[in-house]
Design a protein around this ligand. Structure first.
Ligand code: GRF
Length: 248
């Protein structure tokens, strides 16, 4: 079965979830404001009150909400119950906005299967994540550190649909950057982040343009970007990201 993610030709409405500094959020905001993103960021949600991403959203007039997971974890008998309650609060917030997609951008919490079900769209869920490694290598919280300490000579970033696993969902696009012999972890992170900012925005644009397809292959769902300019765009965005980065 071949499924078209049926949003082509339409500017997307996004909710962006953050836990920390929110530089990916900032990159999406900047591109939206300069007309380079075929999407509007309707709302920002954070699981932590001290996430700087909240501040960034407010500065740009984007409604921003904190859903305090730590409070729920203290109050509830189990972690699962706490997450359920926190996600209920998030869903109530999202109901006030017309959101097509949720973009996880450094959101350091797993989302539950029942949350995902609210965004079901055929073979995938309308929930995206940016991961700081070349999946399926190095899933989890420390993509840059794991890539670097393994001694990889190329690092990568991945944008994928979220599924019920941790960083296991169908891959939409990936891009790689070099790791040179004298690089430090900080250099690696800087290069990777520059690439993240370009790739996440590009994937949002591809979805908004109807260029992302999902197909079932055996038990796996595979995504394809059908943009005829795909390879050129990927090459250009890698070059742009490396030029934008102060460490070459
Ligand atoms: C990014 O590296 C992202 O890939 C990962 O968490 C980091 C978030 O950074 N999931 P920021 O909050 O966007 O600056």
């Amino acid at each position: 079965m071949d499924m078209h993610i049926p949003l082509g030709g339409k500017e997307l409405s996004l909710a962006v979830f953050v836990s920390g500094s929110g530089t990916n959020l900032q990159a999406l905001i900047d591109r939206a404001e300069s007309g380079q993103l075929r999407a509007k960021i309707e709302v920002v949600v954070s699981d932590r009150a001290d996430a700087y991403g909240i501040e960034r959203a407010k500065r740009h007039g984007i409604p921003a909400f904190v859903v305090n997971y730590a409070d729920y974890i203290n109050r509830c008998a189990t972690r699962a119950e706490a997450y359920r309650a926190a996600e209920m609060e998030i869903l109530e917030i999202l109901e006030r906005f017309e959101v097509d997609y949720v973009c996880l951008a450094g959101f350091m919490r797993l989302v539950s299967p029942s949350f995902l079900q609210c965004f079901r769209d055929g073979l995938v869920y309308r929930v995206l994540n940016i991961h700081p490694a070349l999946l399926p290598s190095f899933p989890g919280m420390h993509g840059y550190e794991d890539t670097f300490s393994y001694g990889c000579k190329w690092g990568g970033v991945t944008v994928h649909f979220v599924d019920e696993g941790e960083d296991t969902g169908p891959i939409i696009a990936q891009a790689v950057y070099p790791i040179w012999p004298d690089d430090t972890i900080e250099v690696v992170r800087q290069r990777g982040l520059s690439l993240e900012y370009e790739l996440y925005a590009q994937v949002v644009n591809w979805i908004a343009s109807g260029f992302v397809r999902a197909i079932k292959k055996g038990r796996r769902t595979i995504c394809h970007v059908t943009d005829p300019k795909y390879s050129l765009i990927i090459r250009n965005l890698v070059e742009k990201a490396m030029n934008a980065c102060s460490v070459h």
